[in-house]
Each structure stands twice: as structure tokens, then as C-alpha cells.
Design a protein around this ligand. Structure first.
Ligand code: ZN
Length: 182
């Protein structure tokens, strides 16, 4: 399933069908799962991202990684979350988002300000975590990916219209690439 450790994986782009799939729960916590998570961390970091979902590297399973700086600190929250579930949400705030699978577009999205999550680690151990601010936003963005939802889906018709040329171009390029690979 996973590429060998040490390899930066290809991030699929807007228009790729896997970005619209509801990913399957992980039921087996294998060495391959750990290898995939490690490769996803490397891929995210090589692309200076703060989060990455397995579907973005064309793996249809409920696994995501985040690497988010802590507020007013040098530390980062670096987590691989398997089968993540949102238990509670609170508040809302608007902030600009981007996506490694939609590189040409950034726009504001309203999301809950605080969330409580349940997820399993790479050994299958269950954890609960409370996240606020950017960390909460990144988790929600990546969990959306596992459900086939993209941040551009939240944009108003007017904002989507503004980006429609870029979205169409990306979808066309992706379709052409897939055609060449087939
Ligand atoms: Zn994304």
C-alpha cells in the first residue's frame, strides 16, 4: 500500500476522483500503515503544508497527519490520526485556507473555533484531543478530505465564480494527466 519510507509521495490535484471519495475506516494497524503515515509526514513537510489526508496521496483510508505550530511557541503539534471523529464543536471563526491539492486558490472559510476529537493512533490506541484555532481548523479541513469534501465547497456562489477559471483549468490538467497515465 505505502511507498517506501524516505519517499515524498505525489499529491493528487483538484479534479482527481479520489478527492471526492468517502474514505474507508482503517481496521488493521499494520507496519504498512505506519510507513504510509511517515511518508505522508515527509510529503507534507516537503510541501510546507500543515496537514495532509491519505486521500490526497490517492489512498482511500481514514488517515490524516497534521503538523501545526503551537500558539506563541516554538513547538508543533505533530499527530497522525486514524479514523478521526468530531465529538463536539463550539464557536465559529473565519480564516483564509489553502490546500495542497488546490494550490492556486486561497480563500476565507468559516469553521468552528474549538473542537473535541476522538481518533486512533498508528497502533490502534484511542485518544481524545481538544483543539482550538488553527489546529482545530486543520483537523476539520483534513477530516473533510476523508469525506470527499474540499474547502472550496464552502465558498459562496460569488467567490466560487471568482475562482471558477482556475478550478476548471486544474480539473482539465488533472484529467489530461490521468488520461496519459491510463
Ligand atoms: Zn486540503
Amino acid at each position: 500500500m505505502a511507498e517506501p519510507t524516505g519517499k515524498v509521495l505525489k499529491i493528487i490535484q483538484y479534479g482527481h476522483p479520489t478527492l471526492r471519495v468517502r474514505c474507508d475506516p482503517v481496521t488493521e494497524f499494520t507496519p504498512e500503515l505506519k510507513e504510509l503515515a511517515e511518508a505522508m509526514f515527509q510529503t507534507m513537510e516537503a510541501n510546507e503544508g500543515v496537514g495532509l489526508a491519505a486521500s490526497q496521496v490517492d489512498q482511500r483510508i481514514r488517515l490524516l497527519v497534521v503538523n501545526v505550530p503551537k500558539k506563541d511557541s516554538e513547538e508543533v503539534t505533530r499527530v497522525a490520526a486514524v479514523n478521526p471523529e468530531v465529538l463536539e464543536v463550539e464557536g465559529e471563526w473565519e480564516y483564509e485556507e489553502g490546500c495542497l491539492s488546490i494550490p492556486d486558490i486561497r480563500d476565507n472559510v468559516v469553521r468552528p473555533e474549538r473542537i473535541k476529537l476522538r481518533y486512533q493512533d498508528l497502533d490502534g490506541e484511542a485518544h481524545e484531543l481538544e483543539a482550538t484555532g488553527l489546529l482545530s481548523r486543520v483537523f476539520l479541513h483534513e477530516i473533510d478530505h476523508l469525506n470527499g469534501v474540499l474547502f472550496v465547497d464552502y465558498l459562496s456562489p460569488v467567490r466560487r465564480m471568482i475562482h471558477s477559471g482556475k478550478l476548471k483549468r486544474m480539473a482539465k490538467e488533472t484529467a489530461e494527466q490521468l488520461g496519459q497515465e491510463a
